[in-house]
Design a protein around this ligand. Structure first.
Ligand code: GDP
Length: 325
């Protein structure tokens, strides 16, 4: 009952209700989890879709500067913008990438914007689920664009790409002519590469970096979900607001093309299936942390440690026990 009211307030576009709902999906308490699942199901039933844009970049490339400028531009166009962060490192570093209140100060004051830092949760699985559910809540609340920001650590880009409709890589101009060690897998996920800081003294380097990446992208096989000219690399300057409008036109063109050709829908359908599998895997693993499996693990583990059972034989026994639980 309480959840239905909260879901209705979220769907009505109440930002405080949205913040409360996101807090609920971030909670790991079992009773909260049950409520969160119900809440997200009710939110999804509203049937609204935002354009989900994943944005990745190493610290210092200008993510928050870009998101603030880009977000302000979208708000000026009458769009509602939500910003969420995926930051699996936040638990370790003690802060979150959006935790610093001075980040995106202007955007955070906009009534048409909603900014939510990453919770301090170390486990990637937990962060992924929370982000997915928070995205669904933002969509239900009527946001037109949901930006999901991540620092390039570990699996976080893959997770963000599996949540979003578009995946954008933000880079800074390289010093020399070397590519900035961007892994091939990340390049393959990118729909657009934005080389930021293309202003002042950095402009020539930004242009060279852009050309290098455009060449590298060209070498990748063209994907069926891309129209001519994508994936592409362009220069932007977040501080000078340069190239942002053009990048937005490109993003809309790409999203529109995918919608028309069925790729939008099939990508979301594929993502939903992927996350279903992940949730089941996660659930199965969590069985090991609860009784009676927890006790059996401890008992068999002790026997393995004492040399009474081989690791393999103990695992066979354990799996047989699990089958019976
Ligand atoms: P983040 O760590 O990726 O979020 O990066 P920030 O947005 O905090 O920016 C890091 C630094 O780069 C700051 O000093 C910004 O002022 C600077 N910066 C960001 N965007 C630009 C840009 O377009 N041009 C220039 N010259 N500097 C920028």
């Amino acid at each position: 009952m309480e959840m239905t009211e909260l879901a209705m307030a979220v769907i009505a576009g109440d930002r405080r209700a949205l913040a409360r709902a996101v807090t609920r999906v971030e909670s790991t308490r079992p009773d909260h989890r049950t409520q969160a699942v119900e809440l997200v199901a009710q939110a999804r039933a509203a049937g609204r879709q935002a354009l989900r844009i994943g944005l990745s970049g190493t610290p210092g490339v200008g993510k928050s500067t870009f998101i603030e400028a880009f977000g302000m531009m979208l708000v000026a166009q009458g769009l509602r913008v939500a910003v969420l962060a995926v930051d699996p490192s936040s638990a370790r570093s003690g802060g979150s990438i959006l935790g610093d209140k001075t980040r995106m100060e202007r955007l955070s004051r906009e009534p048409a914007a909603f900014i939510r830092p990453s919770p301090s949760q170390a486990q990637m699985g937990g962060v992924a689920r929370r982000t997915r559910e928070a995205v669904a809540l933002c969509e239900a609340a009527g946001f037109d664009v949901v930006l999901v920001e991540t620092v390039g650590v570990g699996q976080s880009e893959t997770v963000v790409a599996e949540i979003c409709d578009l995946f954008i890589l933000l880079l800074a101009p390289a010093g020399g002519d070397e590519l900035q060690g961007v892994k091939r897998g990340i390049m393959e996920m990118a729909d657009m590469i934005l080389v930021n800081k293309a202003d002042g003294d950095l402009k020539p380097a930004a242009m060279r970096t852009r050309a290098d990446y455009a060449g590298a992208l060209h070498l990748l096989r063209r994907r069926p979900q891309d129209p001519e000219g994508f994936p592409k690399a362009v220069c932007v300057s977040a501080v000078e607001n340069d190239g942002l409008a053009e990048a937005w036109v490109d993003m809309q063109a790409l999203a529109g093309w995918r919608r028309e050709h069925g790729h939008w829908h099939s990508r979301r359908a594929h993502q939903a299936r992927h996350w279903f599998g992940e949730e089941v895997r996660r659930g199965l693993l969590s069985v090991l942390d609860r009784e009676p499996a927890k006790g059996s693990m401890a008992a068999l583990g002790a026997q393995v440690e004492a040399g009474e059972l081989s690791p393999e034989a103990a695992a066979v026994q354990m799996l047989a026990l699990l089958g019976r639980h």
